[in-house]
Structures are given as structure tokens and as C-alpha cells.
Design a protein around this ligand. Structure first.
Ligand code: ARG
Length: 472
């Protein structure tokens, strides 16, 4: 059948949207604009959304019940073929939506051509991403809980081990190793809370916004929302088709997870150096040097730390893509997927390998304990002691500082000064100072809520274990 606008000798467009076109798309344009290479991973969610949409079209009498059934069956067979690796994705069909719609129409005929009634790819892609990310949020919650569980197990195993706590990478005050480990359990706990909050904003049905303005067809958005388990429907069709906030927010959540992993990795790299020698990562999780026979390298934490760059890059990339976009949908937004998928894959693998590796990591408790001596780490306790004797803190701080200087002169520890020597600085100092200056005394005195005293850490550990369903 010839089209009056056809250029003689050239076939008109065979695209699903090809009606008004008189020329076929340039092969270079098809190659340049196709997203099927990466958005094919959305197939399950695309099909899930289409099935719910088809059921609604039947309920609303926009298509016949037999057509609805044919669509659902056709989509199921397509899903089975994709899962079995039997489906031929075609770049000239651009994206996952049109690959599936075309296959459906090829399989079931006219009914397939009715599926796109009352919707647009602009609300459809938004729907697919929301369905996909909802699952991802749940999967990440599990991964994060697994990681928290390892921290809780380590904190339980090493309860009682004392190590230096650092500020500015200088020995600051003695702390329990378990306190340090539980700090990470707290961080990953916040990451879970952040994702679950983000999930609330993801969990809103965009379908029905259509191309940008809604539709005049009598669709039932609430029904589709119910079918797909959404908490509600989006409220402005223009905002809906223009919105990628939920992708950006997910990327930000992923970024904080990755940054937490990266800080942990940095500590593992540092702590496994001979200079620290605080930690031994299991051989199975380390690698050797092709040149230096003695080497055992912490490549896993190094890679996790290194991969933070691309995860942050993904967030920056999409922020920049969105920055200048007018409402509503613009094809630029197709550029959301590669960074998003890469960030998801990267953070997922980093979380999994870190959890596995930590379960095979041991701490050198003797080395940690030894590192608490020699740094005057109980100087704050000395100042606090004087505060308890009613000396203003600033004066107490100055006095403790002078006593530290004296120790440096004598090359001894705070607790090694004689009582006379100490009393020459202040008559407020009495015999009981020595328990306060001991490393254990210092740790256990820190009973403020969230502090490192063993009693507090045990409390915190019990809470975390309870939250994670660990029975100790
Ligand atoms: N592949 C497109 C994307 O990812 C789907 C939406 C396309 N819409 C359009 N009008 N071309 O953004």
C-alpha cells in the first residue's frame, strides 16, 4: 500500500510510530538511539505493568475480555521466551517497550495492537523503573541486613577487645573494637532506613499520565495501582512524565552505601598493613603479587574503595542530564538507565563481597591492645577527674596537658607518674586517679548514652541483634 507522501522508490517507515513518516529511519539513527541493549533488563516489570494495564482496559470495556486474555497469554509467552534466552531483541525497535509490543502483535494480531490504548511510553518507562526499583530496594535491604549481621557477629565475638579510637588519624581515646564495628552497623542501618523512605516515593503509580497531559479515555488508575501494589497514583501528569527524582534519590542512597563501604575498605587496607597489623583478611579474599613473593594484598577492599568513583559518577551524570530539561519528557531521560544500572550492579557486588570477606576476617586483638599504650590516650580522663573535683574544665585541660608534657620529658605513661609528682601539679589528685588512668577504667567510664563503656556497647549490641533477629 503506498503512502501519498512516500518518496518514490523508498519504503515508508515500518515503526510502530511510523504513520506520519515517509522515509525509513537512518540505520545510524537506529544504532545511536536504541536502548534495548540495556533496558531489556526491565522486561519482567514492563510485562507486569502491561498485564495490569490490559486487565484495566478490559474492566473499562476499552478492549474485549478475549483480547485482554490474549494479551496476558501473549505477554506470558514472551516472558517465558526471554527468560529462556529464546527472544530476539531488535535494536531497530528501539527499546524494551516496543520490542515487547511488536512481538505481542506478531503473536496475537490485532489484540496486541490495542494494548497501548490510553498510555504512552513516557508513563510506561516511568512505571517500569518504579516497579524495578521497588524490587531493588527490597533486595538491597536484605543485602544490608546481611552485612549488619556480620558486624553484629564480629562485635559479639570481640566484645572486650580494646583498641585506640582515632581522630585526625592520631590515637585519641581507647574504645572497644565492638563499638567501632557497631558504628558500621549503625551506618548501614541508616542506609536501610533511607532506602525504605525512598521506596515510599517510588511506590506511586505513574501510569495514566500518558504522554504528558493524561488521557480522555475512561481509564481506572486506582485499579492499576491496586493490581500492582502501589500505595497511590501520581497527582500531576506533567510532573509524572518529567520526573526522575526517584531515580536520583535511589542513586543518592546507593552513594551513601558505597561511601560507607569505602570508608570501611580504607580502614581494612590501612589496618592490614604491617604498620597497623590490626586485621587479617582471610587468604581466600586476598591476592598475591606477581613479582614479590611475600605479598598478600587487600585487593577486595581496594576495589570496593575504587568503585566509589563510578557510583558517584552515576549520580552526577544523571543530575547533569536532568539539570536543564524543560517539562515534560525529553529523550535525554533515556540516559538515566545506564548509570542507574551500573550503580545498582556495582553497589550490589560490593555489598555482597564485603559481607563475605568480613565473615572471614580476624582482628589482632593483642596488637590493638598494645597500640593503646604510648599515646597518653587517657589524658581526657585525667581532665575529667579534675572536673569531678570541681576544677573548671579549661583549667583541668591545661593541667592535664602539662602533666602529659612532663610524661614526655620522663618518657613514661600517665599512670607511671608517682602520686607525689602528680600532686605537684594539683593537690586535687589522689590515689584513685590510677584506676581512672588505666585503659579499661577509661573505656568503662564512658557510660554516656551511645558511649564506649562495655555496659553501653553490650546494650547496643543486644538491640542490634534483636533488630536483626539474632539470638545470642
Ligand atoms: N526508551 C525511552 C526511555 O528510556 C522510553 C520512552 C520513550 N518515549 C518517547 N517518546 N520516545 O526514555
Amino acid at each position: 500500500m503506498s503512502n501519498p507522501q512516500d518518496i518514490p522508490g523508498q519504503a515508508p517507515s515500518s515503526k510502530l510510530w511510523g504513520g506520519r513518516f515517509s522515509e525509513t529511519t537512518a540505520a545510524s539513527v537506529e544504532a545511536f538511539s536504541a536502548s534495548i541493549q540495556y533496558d531489556s533488563r526491565l522486561f519482567r516489570h514492563d510485562i507486569m505493568g502491561s498485564k495490569a494495564h490490559a486487565r484495566m482496559l478490559v474492566q473499562q470495556k476499552l478492549i474485549a475480555p478475549e483480547e485482554g486474555e490474549a494479551i496476558v497469554r501473549g505477554l506470558d509467552s514472551i516472558q517465558a521466551d526471554i527468560e529462556a534466552g529464546r527472544f530476539d531483541f531488535r535494536p531497530e525497535l528501539e527499546d524494551i517497550h516496543m520490542n515487547i509490543e511488536k512481538a505481542l502483535t506478531d503473536r496475537i494480531g490485532e489484540a496486541g495492537a490495542r494494548l497501548h490504548t490510553g498510555r504512552s511510553r513516557n508513563d510506561q518507562i516511568n512505571l517500569d523503573l518504579r516497579l524495578y526499583l521497588r524490587d531493588e530496594c527490597d533486595a538491597f535491604d536484605t543485602l544490608l541486613a546481611d552485612l549488619q549481621r556480620v558486624f553484629a557477629q564480629l562485635a559479639r565475638r570481640y566484645l572486650g577487645t580494646i583498641m585506640p579510637g582515632y581522630t585526625h588519624m592520631q590515637r585519641a581515646q581507647p574504645v572497644l573494637l565492638s563499638h567501632h564495628l557497631l558504628a558500621y552497623a549503625s551506618m548501614f542501618g541508616r542506609d536501610r532506613a533511607r532506602l525504605s523512605d525512598c521506596r515510599k516515593r517510588i511506590n506511586v503509580l505513574p501510569l495514566g499520565a500518558a504522554a504528558l497531559a493524561g488521557t480522555g479515555l475512561p481509564i481506572d488508575r486506582a485499579m492499576v495501582a491496586r493490581e500492582l501494589g502501589f500505595a497511590g497514583v501520581s497527582d500531576n501528569s506533567m510532573d509524572t512524565t518529567a520526573d526522575r527524582d526517584f531515580v536520583l534519590e535511589t542513586l543518592f542512597c546507593l552513594n551513601l552505601i558505597q561511601i560507607h563501604l569505602s570508608r570501611l575498605s580504607e580502614e581494612l587496607v590501612l589496618w592490614s598493613s604491617k604498620e597497623f597489623d590490626f586485621v587479617r583478611i582471610g587468604d581466600r579474599y586476598c591476592t598475591g603479587s606477581s613479582l614479590m613473593p611475600q605479598k598478600k594484598n587487600p585487593d577486595i577492599p581496594e576495589l570496593v574503595r575504587g568503585k566509589s568513583g563510578r557510583v558517584t559518577g552515576a549520580l552526577m551524570s544523571l543530575l547533569m542530564t536532568m539539570k536543564g530539561l524543560p517539562l515534560t519528557y525529553n529523550r535525554d531521560m533515556q540516559e538515566d538507565k545506564e548509570p542507574l544500572f551500573d550503580a545498582l550492579d556495582t553497589v550490589r557486588s560490593c555489598l555482597a563481597i564485603t559481607t563475605e570477606m568480613l565473615a572471614h576476617t580476624e582482628f589482632n586483638t593483642a596488637r590493638m591492645r598494645a597500640a593503646t599504650t604510648g599515646g597518653f590516650m587517657t589524658a581526657t580522663d585525667l581532665a575529667d577527674y579534675l572536673v569531678c573535683k570541681n576544677l573548671p574544665f579549661r583549667q583541668a585541660h591545661g593541667l592535664a596537658g602539662r602533666i602529659v608534657a612532663r610524661c614526655q620529658e620522663l618518657q613514661c605513661e600517665l599512670g607511671e607518674l608517682t602520686l607525689e609528682e602528680m600532686q605537684s601539679f594539683s593537690p586535687l589528685i589522689e590515689e584513685d586517679i590510677y584506676t581512672r588512668l588505666s585503659i579499661e577504667g577509661s573505656v568503662n567510664s564512658r557510660t554516656s548514652a551511645g558511649g564506649t563503656a562495655r555496659s553501653r556497647v553490650e546494650e547496643a549490641l543486644n538491640t542490634v541483634e534483636q533488630q536483626l533477629g539474632i539470638h545470642s
